[in-house]
Design a protein around this ligand. Sequence first.
Ligand SMILES: *[C@@H]1O[C@H](CO)[C@@H](O)[C@H](O)[C@H]1NC(C)=O
Ligand SMILES: *[C@@H]1O[C@H](CO)[C@@H](O)[C@H](O)[C@H]1NC(C)=O
Ligand SMILES: *[C@@H]1O[C@H](CO)[C@@H](O)[C@H](O)[C@H]1NC(C)=O
Ligand SMILES: *[C@@H]1O[C@H](CO)[C@@H](O)[C@H](O)[C@H]1NC(C)=O
Length: 842
Amino acid sequence: MATVVIAQKAAAIPYAPIALVAALNNPAVAKVEYKNVASLAEHGNATVALVANGTTLTSVSAILRYIVRSHKNTLYGASAASTSLIDEFIDRSQDIINSTDFKSLDVILQQLNHHLTLRSFFVGYKVSVADIALWGALKANAIFSRQLKTGKDLGVYLGRWFNHISAQAFVAVGLAELAKAAESTKTAKTADQGSFDINLVDAEMGKVVTRFPPEPSGYLHIGHAKAALLNKYFADQYKGRLIVRFDDTNPSKEKEEYEHSIKEDLLLIGIDTSVVSYTSDYFDQIYQYALTLIKEGKAYCDTTGQEQMRAERMDGIASQCRDLSVEENLRRFEEMKNATEFGLTCCLRAKISVDNLNKALRDPVIYRCNLLPHARTGNKWKMYPLYDLACPVVDSLEGVTHALRTDEYHDRNPQYQWFLDNLGLRQVHIWEYSRLSFVYTLMSKRKLTWFVDQGRVSGWDDPRFPTIRGILRRGLTMEALKTYILMQGASTNYITLEWDKLWAVNRKQIDPIAPRHTAVEGLNKVKVTVSGADAYNLKEVPRHKKNEALGNKRTAYGPTLWMDQADCKELEVNEEVTFMDWGNAFIRKIEKNAEGIVTGVEAELHLEGDFKKTKKKLTWLADGPELVQVDLMDYDYLITKKKIEEEDELKDLLTPVSEFKTQAVADGNVAELNKGDIIQFERKGYYIVDAVATGSAPARLILIPDGKVASIASKAAPVTMTEQKDAKDAKKKKEKGAPAAAAAAPAVSGKKAKAAAHAAASKPAPSWTGPGPKPEEIVELEAKIDAQGLKVRQLKTDKADADQVKEAVDELLSLKKQLPIRIEALQSLAAAASAAADSFSL
Ligand SMILES: *[C@@H]1O[C@H](CO)[C@@H](O)[C@H](O)[C@H]1NC(C)=O
Ligand SMILES: *[C@@H]1O[C@H](CO)[C@@H](O)[C@H](O)[C@H]1NC(C)=O
Ligand SMILES: *[C@@H]1O[C@H](CO)[C@@H](O)[C@H](O)[C@H]1NC(C)=O
Ligand SMILES: *[C@@H]1O[C@H](CO)[C@@H](O)[C@H](O)[C@H]1NC(C)=O
C-alpha cells in the first residue's frame, strides 16, 4: 500500500496524484494524506511524496508511474506503444509544472492543442494517466488558469478536453477531499492553540491502548510530560488503557535510579505507575523476530565499522555484507548472541534499502552487542535490540492501538511500518504531534547533565530546569500543564514556543486560590511611624478577598510599620496615600540620608479618607513579634540565546547570574505555610514555598512567572541594539537613583524594570508624555540643546570660520538626536514598569 502525502498549502498543488488515487478508488493500492504545510520539509521540500514499501518518491511523474504500475488497471495503456506514449505525456506534464514562462508554456499548449485536434483523449479512446498528468499540471499552472478564464490564446481542443477531464467524477471526488482537508485545518488555531477537540482514527470506545515508553536514562522534562499527558488523555477519552513501558534496551545508558525518578515524575503529573512494563520482558520474542527476518533474507550481520557504515549510508552504498547467505547470517547472529570475539564486531541490520531518499530506510541497525549486565536480565543477553526494531514489535505485542510519536520521528514511520508488515504483526496507528520546545531552554539530556555536573544548578529539580520536577518547583501547577498541553492539541506546527502562555495559563489557575500575604524587602526597609494608630493588635481578615473558602489570616496593626524603600522614595510630604487593607493616611515627614535613601517616614492616619481618591496603594507590615524573615528567589534563563543550535558552545551562552535572592520580612502567617504552598505577596507577585524555615534559616519562596513580559523576558540576553541601549540607559538611571522609572512603579525592582525595558518595543516619541514632570535628565539635555543653539546662532552672527560653525552645528545635531532616544528609553521603562505594577492589582 502506498501513501501519497500532499502539501495542501503548496503554491502549485499536485493535482494529478490526487486525481489518480481517486480514479483507482482502492485504498489497498494507495491513499492520500494531507499535511497542512506549503512543502514537505521531511522530503526535501517537495509538494508531494509517495511512501510505500520502503520507497519514497517525490516527483509527480514517478509517483504516477509507481501507482499505475503497482496495480493492474487500464489507465496505463493496453500495449507497449500506448504505454510509451503515455510516458511521454507524463514527462511533458512535468515541463508544464515547471513552466512559469509564458512563451515556453505557449509552445507546449499549442502542441497539446494540435494533438487533440482529432482526439478526445491524449492516448487511446478513454482516460489514461496521460490525461490525468496533463490535467493536474495545467490546473496548477497560473498562466494556464488565466487563459482558461479569459479564453484568450487557448486552443479550442485543449480547452474542451480540459473541461471534459475536469468534469470526470473521480476528479470531483479528489478535489472534494482536498477541499475537506483545507476546511478542517482552517479551524486549527495557532501553534500554541491547536484544536482542542483532538481525535484518533479508528478509535473504538473501550479498545484504545496507548503507551508512554521512556528510556530510563534521565529525568523527565516538559516534552516528556506532553507525551505522557497526551497518551493519558486519549486512553481516558476512549475509556482505554495507557501502558507505561520502560524502554530498557541499552544497558550502557540506563540506571535504576532513573526508573525510580521517572515513576516519581509520572506520579507528579497524575499518571499511575503501579503497573509498568519493560521492553526487556520481550527480549526472547524480539530475538525470535530477528531470526525470522534473517531466515527470510530481510536482515544481515554487518561487520562494517561505524564510521564507514555511516559514510556508506550517507552515500547510498551497499555494505559488503549485504548479500551474505542466510546460513552465514544465522551463524554470525549466533556469534553475536554468544558475544564471541567475532560476534562483537557485528551488528544486525534490516535489509530495507540501500539508497532510499528517506535515510531512515537505509538498512537500519536493529541489534547491537553490549557486554554490560542489564538491570533486569543480568548477563542473559550480550546483544540488545535497538529502539527501531523493539518499538514496533513490542507495541504490536502489547496490544497498542495508537502509538503517539513526535514529528521528529516522521521519517522513521515508514521503517516502523516495514517491521510491522514484514513480521506479519498487528497494525498500530501512528499519531504524530509536534515536539515541545521553548525559547532559552535546553531539553537535551546531555546539555542538562552538563549543568548538573558543573554544579551550575542545584540538581535535576532546579527551578531553572525544564524538567517536570523543575517546573513544578518553580510553581507550575499540574492542572495548568495539562490545560496547556491539551490546548496545543494536535498541532503539528513545529515552532519554538515562548514561555508566556504556559505561565499565563498557570496564573489563571492559581490566582483564585492563592492566599494573599505581604512582604517588605529587607534592604533599606523604612520605618514608618503612624500617629493616630491603636497599639499593636491583631485582627482576623480573609486570606483572599474573593475566595472566602481559603479562611482567615491574622493581620497585625500598630503605630510602627515597615515599608519598601522603593515605595517610600516616591512619597511626598502631605500627600494622602492608602495603606492597603487599613485606610488612608497623610504623609507628614520624610527623612533621607545624604545618598537620598529614605530613613524614616511619619504619617498621620486618616481613616475617613476615600481610598478611591489616592494614587498610591501601599503595602506595609506592622512591626512586632509576628514578623518572619523570608528569602525571595527569582530566576533568569540559564542561557542567553533564544534558540540553541546543536553546534552552539554552551559555555559561550551562559547567563552570568541567573539566581537572585532578596531578603525580606513577611507577615507571620507565612510561618505556617508548607512546602509547595502557592501564595501571592501583594504587589510583588505569586510565590511558591520552596523550603520552610528551619532553625536560623528563613523560609525560601520562589517567584512564579506570571506570563507577563517582564516575568518571562531574558534578563541577560542582549537581544537587539535598541534593547541593549534601553538596558544601558535603564542601568544608568538606576545608578542615579532611578527617578523616572520608579515614579511609575515604586514596588518594581530594578531587575524587573530592566527586563521589562528590554522587552518594551521602542517607538520614536520625541516629546515627553510620561507620567509626572520631565525627568531631570531630559530637562538637562533640553537645556544643553538650547545653549548649543544659542552658541551656533552667536557664531553665525559673529561670522566665525566655517569649520568652527560646522563643529558647533554637528554638536547641536548630536544633542538633538539624543533627546528622542533618551525620552524613548525612559518612557519604555516607565511603561513597562507601570504594566508590571498593574499586575500587582489590589
Ligand atoms: C527546505 O526549506 C527550508 C525553508 O525554506 C530550508 O531551510 C531547507 O534547507 C530546505 N530543505 C531542503 C532539503 O531543500
Ligand atoms: C515490497 O518490497 C519487497 C522487498 O523489497 C518486495 O519483495 C515486494 O514485492 C514489494 N511489494 C510491492 C507491492 O512493491
Ligand atoms: C522541475 O523543477 C524541479 C524543482 O525545481 C526539478 O527538480 C526538476 O528536475 C524539474 N523538472 C524538469 C523536467 O525540468
Ligand atoms: C554459541 O554458544 C553455544 C552454547 O555455548 C554453542 O553451542 C554454539 O556452538 C556457539 N555458537 C557459535 C556460533 O559460537
